[in-house]
Design a protein around this ligand. Structure first.
Ligand code: HEM
Length: 456
C-alpha cells in the first residue's frame, strides 16, 4: 500500500502528524507501525518528533549497513543518543575510532570456552529463582527472572559485589530504562529538562547508578579484584593489556564498561525466559518435549557448562522466542559520508534504523511468523535468506559481545524452571509486550504447579 508521501525518492511512512511525526504511533503500537512500513517500501522515512530517520525494510540492505558497508556508518541516531548517558564510552556506545581497541581487550572474556566458567553462577541463581516459586502460588515470572539475570550479571562482572549494590542496581535500572524509552519516543530535549518529578527521578537514578559502578571499580582495584586469579569480567578487564603489555583501561574506562554491560546485558535474557514460559503454557507438545529433555539430561543438582550443549530443544525454544521478540528490536546507525544503499543515495548524516523485529515477522522469510514454532529451527529446508534475516544479536563488528553468555543464561534458567515447575497463566492475567528500549514484558503472572516427582 503506497499511500505515503514521496520525498527524496524514499517514501515517508503514512500518518505523520505535524511536530510529533510518528511518535504517537511509536508509543501506542510500534510493532504494528513497523509492519505497515514494510509494506511501504525498501527504505522508508520515519519522523520521530522533529527527528528524521530512514527505516531499512530489506534484509540485504540491513546487512550492507551492519556488515559490508559498516565502515561508512557510526553507531548513532534517535535511540543511540539516549543510551550514551548510561553507557558513556563503554563498548556498547563507544565510537568507531576506539571500538576495535576496546573490543579486542574485552572479547577474550566472552568466548564460548571463557563463559563456561560463569555457568555455575547461572545455575546457582537459576536454583535460587526456582526455589522462590511456591506450590500453586502466583508468581511474577518476569520480575523474578529479571532479578536472577541482574544478579547473574553483577556476580559475573564482580563476584564480590555486595547484596545492597545488587539491590540498588535492580531499582535504578527500572527507572533508567523507563526514562530512556520516554526520551527515545518523545525526542524533545526541553520536555525532559523540565524540573518535573519524573525527570528528577531519572537524573537521580542515573547519577546513583554511575556512583555505584564507580564504587565497584574502586573496590575491585583496592581489594580482591587485583589478584591474578580473581574471576569476574571486571578483574579480567583490569588485567587486559593491548598486545600483552600496553596500557590497560583507566578506572573511568572500567566504570564505563561496567555501565555498558549493565545496559546491554541486564534485562534481555529475562524477557526471553518469561515469554518462553508464557508460550509453553499454551503449547503442550513443546512443553512435554522440553520436560522430557531436561529430565533426561539434567540428572545432577546443578547444570554444568557441558550440559548447556546437550539441551538442543531448550535452545531451540530460546531461539524461537528471540525470533518472535528480539529484545533489541531496533538498531540505529548514522551515515558518516554519502552512501549508496540499493537504488538509493543517502546523504552524510542520515540516521538509519534497522529492526530485527520487522524481519523476524516477515511471512516471506518465516512462514506463519506469529506462530510459536521451535521446530522451525530444526528444519533443514529453512532457507539461507531466513537465517540471514535472523538478527537478535545484530551483525558485523558491533554484534552482541554477550551472545554466548545470553544464550547460555536463558537456556540454564529455562531448563532449571522446566525441571521443577509447570507454569500456567494466572487467572485474569494479561501479557503486554512493550516495545521499549529494549522490548520487554512488564510483568507475567503465572501459577506454579510442581511437576510429578517435584512436589514439596
Ligand atoms: C538475549 C540476550 C541478548 C540480546 C538479545 C542482545 C542483543 C544485542 C544486540 C542486538 C546488540 C547489537 C546492537 C547494535 O548493533 O547496535 C548487542 C550489543 C552488545 N551486547 Fe548484547 N544482547 C544480549 C545479551 C547480552 C549480555 C548478557 C551482555 C553482557 C554480558 C551483552 C553485551 C553486549 C555488548 C557489550 C554489546 C556491544 C558490542 C559492541 O558494540 O562491540 N549482551 N546486544
Amino acid at each position: 500500500m503506497r499511500t505515503a508521501a514521496h520525498r527524496h525518492g524514499i517514501l515517508t511512512a503514512g500518518g505523520a502528524l505535524p511536530l510529533v511525526g510518528h511518535s504517537g504511533r511509536l508509543l501506542r503500537d510500534p510493532l504494528g507501525f513497523l509492519a505497515e512500513c514494510r509494506r511501504t517500501g525498501d527504505l522508508v522515512r520515519i519522523h520521530v518528533g522533529p527527528k528524521r530517520a530512514v527505516l531499512v525494510c530489506r534484509t540485504d540492505l540491513a546487512r550492507a549497513v551492519l556488515v559490508e558497508q559498516a565502515q561508512h556508518f557510526e553507531k548513532g541516531g534517535i535511540i543511540f543518543e539516549h543510551l550514551r548517558p548510561i553507557s558513556g564510552n563503554g563498548l556498547f556506545t563507544v565510537d568507531r575510532a576506539n571500538h576495535l581497541h576496546d573490543r579486542r581487550l574485552i572479547q577474550p572474556v566472552f568466548t564460548r570456552p571463557a563463559i563456561a566458567r560463569y555457568v555455575p553462577v547461572m545455575s546457582e541463581e537459576a536454583h535460587r529463582l526456582s526455589a522462590a516459586f511456591r506450590h500453586r502460588a502466583t508468581v511474577d515470572v518476569k520480575a523474578e527472572t529479571r532479578m536472577a539475570t541482574i544478579r547473574i550479571l553483577i556476580r559475573s562482572i564482580f563476584p564480590t559485589a555486595r547484596p545492597e549494590q545488587v539491590k540498588r542496581f535492580l531499582t535504578l535500572l527500572d527507572i533508567v530504562f523507563a526514562g530512556v524509552y520516554a526520551r527515545i519516543a518523545v525526542p524533545i530535549a526541553a520536555a525532559h529538562r523540565l524540573p518535573l518529578p519524573h525527570n528528577r527521578r531519572f537524573q537521580q537514578a542515573l547519577a546513583l547508578a554511575w556512583a555505584t559502578a564507580g564504587d565497584i571499580v574502586a573496590e575491585a582495584r583496592a581489594g580482591s579484584g587485583r589478584s591474578a586469579d580473581a574471576t569476574g569480567f571486571l578483574p579480567a578487564f583490569m588485567r587486559a593489556r593491548p598486545g600483552g603489555s600496553g596500557p590497560g583501561f583507566t578506572d573511568a574506562q572500567l566504570r564505563d564498561q561496567v555501565m555498558s554491560l549493565l545496559l546491554a546485558g541486564a534485562e534481555n535474557a529475562a524477557t526471553v525466559v518469561a515469554l518462553a514460559c508464557h508460550h509453553l503454557a499454551h503449547a503442550p507438545r513443546h512443553e512435554r518435549l522440553l520436560h522430557a529433555e531436561v529430565d533426561e539430561v539434567l540428572t545432577g543438582e546443578a547444570i554444568g557448562a557441558e550440559d548447556v550443549g546437550r539441551l538442543p530443544r531448550t535452545t531451540r525454544i530460546v531461539t524461537e522466542i528471540l525470533r518472535m521478540y528480539p529484545p533489541v528490536w531496533a538498531l540505529d546507525r548514522r551515515a558518516q559520508q554519502a552512501v549508496s544503499l540499493g537504488a538509493y543515495r543517502l546523504p552524510a548524516g542520515t540516521d538509519v534504523v534497522i529492526s530485527p523485529y520487522l524481519f523476524h515477522h516477515d511471512p516471506a522469510l518465516f512462514p506463519d511468523p506469529e506462530r510459536f514454532d521451535p521446530d522451525r529451527w530444526d528444519r533443514e529446508d529453512m532457507p539461507e535468506t531466513a537465517r540471514d534475516a535472523f538478527l537478535p544479536f545484530g551483525a558485523g563488528s558491533r554484534k552482541c559481545l554477550g551472545d554466548n553468555f545470553g544464550m547460555a543464561e536463558a537456556t540454564v534458567l529455562l531448563a532449571t524452571l522446566a525441571r521443577s515447575w509447570r507454569l500456567r497463566p494466572a487467572p485474569a492475567s494479561r501479557v503486554r509486550v512493550l516495545a521499549h528500549a529494549p522490548l520487554t514484558v512488564k510483568s507475567l503472572q503465572m501459577t506454579a504447579d510442581p511437576r510429578v516427582g517435584q512436589e514439596p
